[in-house]
Write a protein of this length. Structure first.
Length: 180
């Protein structure tokens, strides 16, 4: 029998052993062979005699499907598989580059290089044009700045979110071009 007692209620994951509260279950043994329907208590005794746990794998089936397996080993393998999947996944970050409508040529080049570096790493770039004071009357200058930075980065980037006003700032998101 497993180290999981009758009284121990598991809140996450599949129900095991005495937490399975239906009268009859469809049983699959540790080799994947179907043993057929049987009473839950008989299935528990059979699993215990083999030194395994009775694990509910399909709770919504009629009757529920249960399998003989070592629960601890199963959870360990699931954890390893999830860890490997997480390690192989790529996280896309959104980096910010802030400008004003009156940003000078040299400062613009610095920001362009910064955005280019982010895009080459595979991150998305959020271009923010901040308007202060009377600059709010010249929103067209912000759009020109957005178009200008995109034109320079056109070969490595695509527009994901077009320029739009958000309070006192205009935002645009560009992403690296995906290779298929």
């Amino acid at each position: 029998m497993s180290r999981y007692s009758k009284r121990e209620e598991k809140t996450s994951g599949p129900r095991i052993n005495h937490n399975i509260r239906v009268p009859r279950v469809l049983v699959i043994d540790e080799n994947g062979e179907q043993l057929g329907q049987m009473a839950t208590r008989d299935a528990l005794q059979l699993a215990g005699s083999r030194g395994l746990d009775l694990i509910e794998v399909a709770a919504n089936a009629k009757p529920p499907v249960c399998r003989f397996a070592d629960f601890g080993k199963m959870m360990y393998e699931k954890k390893k598989k999830d860890s490997k999947a997480k390690k192989n996944s790529t996280v896309i970050k959104v980096k910010e580059v802030k400008l004003t409508p009156s940003t000078g040529v040299h400062d613009f080049e610095v920001k362009r290089k910064q955005a280019e570096k982010f895009l080459e790493k595979g991150d998305k770039v959020k271009i923010i044009i901040r308007f202060r004071g009377r600059e709010m009357a010249h929103k067209d200058q912000g759009e020109i700045m957005c178009k200008r930075i995109f034109e320079v980065l056109r070969e490595i980037a695509e527009i994901e979110v077009r320029p739009r006003m958000d309070g006192r700032q205009m935002t645009m998101i560009i992403a690296p071009i995906r290779t298929k």
